[in-house]
Design a protein around this ligand. Sequence first.
Ligand code: ADP
Length: 230
Amino acid sequence: MALIEMRDVTKKYRRASTALRGINLMVNQGEFVYLVGPSGAGKSSFIKLLYREEEVTSGQLKVGNVDLTKIKRRNIPKLRRSIGVVFQDFKLLPTKTVYENVAFAMQVIGSRRRDIKKRVPEVLELVGLKHKQRSFPNQLSGGEQQRVAIARAIVNNPKLLIADEPTGNLDPEISMEIMKVLERINLQGTTVIMATHNSQIVNQLRHRVVAIEDGRIVRDEEKGEYGYHD
Ligand code: ADP
């Protein structure tokens, strides 16, 4: 079943800057997709359209059952709850512990205390960080901080997990460990879309590769290669 449907999607910013031109793409539930391409190709714009950080200029975009070109402002928070997002720079709350950072994502959507107490340890276990739940972000390595960010992104059971350069600040060995966590989450049924410049990872852990250049999809391969030299 299609989770993401893009038809002839164009994204223009003001000042006549065009980031995406006529994108057609279907992503099924449960897929793992790498989004690759040079800087400025449109990867971040693509990702921002999915969680409605940016609006489509023309064309059609559906995520799950939601038509993002028609979504009402008041329904955007609900959409964002069905999507987990992980960034290169983690974006953790520095004054909260690991446990509290993850629990907070459930509190803001009004989850019951009982459910939070049950679910937070589960996801911390899944990302391999249960033993660090009382630590603060600045007491953790980069890899550990990214695991917390991933735990937070999936704690509300999103259908889609978006990762924008999740290994951008991590060394190769730690990056591989983060990838294993993302793959584990994917195997549990969550669709993963990951923008990356990490050729080693793309070539070693094979998944679908969608390459964007100058706002257009130039390649779409099952178990593809990275294909660039940067
Ligand atoms: P990537 O993530 O692949 O580096 P982006 O989606 O960030 O690419 O950028 C694609 C194009 O859109 C670039 O030409 C960039 O300058 C432009 N762009 C991105 N964000 C904005 C913005 N907020 N305002 C104007 N132009 C933008």
